[in-house]
Each structure stands twice: as C-alpha cells, then as structure tokens.
Design a protein around this ligand. Structure first.
Ligand code: ZN
Length: 273
C-alpha cells in the first residue's frame, strides 16, 4: 500500500470517527432537552385521557389524530430554548443592605430609616415592653380627656413589610411606593418601637385625638416621626398617625427643638440602592 493511500484511508477513518462522535453528542443533547420537554405531557398522560394531553401541551392537533404516546413525543422535534430550566432563579432576590446590616444605634437610639436598615432577622416579636407600656399610659391619659387612642398597626416583621411594599409597588410603582412605604428592613415597625394610631389617614391630624397626640405624645416618650415640614429630610410623606418611642428625655428634647429625628441626630435618610 502506498503512502498516499495510507493517508487517504487514515483521513477517512478520522472523518468517520468524528462523525460518530458528533452524532453521539447530538443524540445526548437532544435526549436531555426532550427529557425536560416531555415531563408535563407524560405526567398528564398518566392521569388524563388523550384529549386532555393534547390541550395540555398547547398543540393544535386534533385529539383523534394522535394517540397520547405520539403527542408526548412531539416536542422532541420542536426547537427548544437553550436556557436550562433548572437554573432559573425563582425565589432568590438580589441581596439588599438588610441582608448584611446590623442595627444602628446613635446616642443610644435605634435608628431605622432609608439609610439605616435593620437586619432581615431582627425580630423583637412585637412592640417592646417599654414602648407598649408607654402607649398604655398615654392611652389612659387620653381616655381621661374623653379621647380614644388605639393601635392600628404596631410591630411588623421583615416578611410582612416585604409583602406590603411589593403590593404598593405593584399598584403605584416603586418611586411612589418609596414615599409612603418602607422597603423591607427599612420599616421602623420592624423595630417594635413604632405605632400607627387610629386611622392611617392625613385626616387623623384634624381629629381631637390627632391634635392631642401631636401636642402630648412626647410626654409619654413618643415623637411624631414624619412631620409635615420634614418630608425632604425623613424621606416620607406626612404621617400624623405614626409615632416612634424614643424615651421621655429624648422625646422632650426633640419636641422642644422642633427637629425631626434625622436632624436631631445629624443623619440622612436616603436609599443607597
Ligand atoms: Zn407607621
């Protein structure tokens, strides 16, 4: 056999081997993809008659024209997206500062605003004892004056805030939601130190109770957290119903200063993400 002949035969052998390898790889790929695709029709086929299988996979073929088995194999010939189904993110959200934060205390005051989140797992389980008993003392004082104060919303967990915020974003868009609802981890309600009183409405400011709270809540250790003239500093719209427990000394100092909490502590309230 001549050298040229040997080279030709060798070349042919290599070509055959490459073709074989290619076909093997292709059939493995096709098998894997079709394996994903036929899961639903097969699952349906075991529980439903042929007519249901046909509609379940979105094919327009008449039920009479194919058996359940034939329908189940149809998707193997269809072009399949290359995105692997198993790696689709389903429940994992992008990490936020609340995932790494630790609680921020400034001058002994726990700060929760747009700049300072609470960790996701920060959970006092309800209003703190101090905050709750201060509220009941204030409630009794108000009652002595014929006024009815009650808690409309107290402690809210991270998860509850996450679902509330998401609902507001869906309804109004994120920019609007950020003016009146805290992102999860950024709600003061998660601290167990904040209370929404009576009606969550700007009209509360004009009720007897609303006026009394604005004038007297500091005597019981609370501040109006989001005053009307501090919107650009707190980052939230006026909330006459939202009070924050800071203790009597701090509440008195803040009330007398006319400052909001951010000004009093010299901090800002701005999302960094
Ligand atoms: Zn509130």
């Amino acid at each position: 056999m001549s050298a040229t002949m040997k080279r030709v035969l060798l070349g042919a052998l290599i070509a055959v081997m490459l073709a074989g390898a290619f076909l093997a790889a292709y059939s493995i790929t096709a098998g894997r993809l079709s394996g994903n695709d036929v899961v639903t029709p097969e699952a349906s086929a075991t529980a439903a008659p042929a007519a249901d299988v046909t509609s379940a996979d979105g094919q327009t073929t008449l039920p009479e024209a194919t058996s359940a088995g034939e329908t189940a194999t149809e998707p193997t010939t269809a072009p399949v997206t290359t995105a692997p189904v198993t790696t689709e993110p389903r429940t994992t959200a992008a990490p936020t500062p609340a995932d790494t934060a630790s609680p921020t205390y400034i001058n002994g005051i726990l700060v929760v605003n747009k700049s300072y989140p609470l960790p996701r797992d920060y959970d006092p389980g309800g209003l703190t004892d101090e905050c709750e008993s201060a509220f009941y003392t204030m409630q009794a004082a108000a009652e002595n004056e014929g006024l009815d104060l009650y808690i409309a919303s107290g402690f809210r967990s991270y998860d509850l805030q996450a679902s509330l915020y998401q609902r507001y974003c869906n309804a109004d868009g994120q920019a609007a939601a950020d003016t009146y609802s805290a992102r999860p981890g950024h709600s003061e309600h998660q601290s167990g130190l904040a209370i929404d009183l009576n009606s969550i409405s700007s009209d509360f400011a004009y009720t007897e109770e609303g006026r009394w709270v604005a004038a007297h809540c500091w005597e019981y250790g609370f501040i109006l957290r989001y005053p009307a003239d501090k919107v650009s500093i707190t980052g939230y719209m006026y909330e006459p119903w939202h009070i924050r427990y800071v203790g009597r000394d701090v509440a008195a100092a803040i009330y007398q200063s006319g400052l909001c909490l951010e000004e009093y502590l010299g901090i800002d309230s701005v999302y960094s993400y």
